[in-house]
Design a protein around this ligand. Sequence first.
Ligand code: SF4
Ligand code: SF4
Length: 156
Amino acid sequence: MVSSVYRRIYFIRFPKEISDKPIIYRLIKEYDVEVNILRANILPQREGILIIEMAGAKQNIKDGLEYLKQLGVTIERLATRIRRDDERCFQCGACTGVCPVKALYIRRADMAVLFDADKCTGCNQCVLICPVRAMEMSLGEEWLETDAAAKAPLFS
Ligand code: SF4
Ligand code: SF4
C-alpha cells in the first residue's frame, strides 16, 4: 500500500576510503530500499557528499542507515537544513499547497501559516515556490567545497 512507504531525504557524507565502493548498490540490493540520488559530489579518493531520497519499509531504511553508519558514513536528515525566515514570510500560504506532508499548514483559528520541522522530509518544494525566498535550504560550506573540487579542471 502506497501510504505505508516511508520516504525521507538524507544528506550523507562518506570518507574517501570508501568513495569508490558500491554502497548505494548494496543499499538497494540488500536492504530493499528505493534510492533516488538527487545530487552528488563524488570524486575518486575524496570525501563524497550525496543527497538521496530513500523510500521503503521504515525498518529497512533504518537498517540501511545503520549499515552506512558502520562504514563511517555520516548521515543527516536534509530536513534539518530547511529553515523559514519569519521576517520574510508574509503568510501567503502558497507553500502549504505544495508541501506533501503538511509540515507547512494553515492554522484555521487565525489563518497563520505554521512550519512543523519534525514532519518535513526536505523535499525542497516550498523553497521553489515561495515568492519571497522565506524558505531556505542550507547545504553549507562543505557542499561548496566539494562543488569547487568537482569543477576543477581534470588537466592543468
Ligand atoms: S510561500 Fe513563503 S511567504 Fe508564503 S507562507 Fe510560505 S514561507 Fe511564507
Ligand atoms: S521541504 Fe518544504 S515542502 Fe518539503 S516537506 Fe519540508 S516543509 Fe514541506
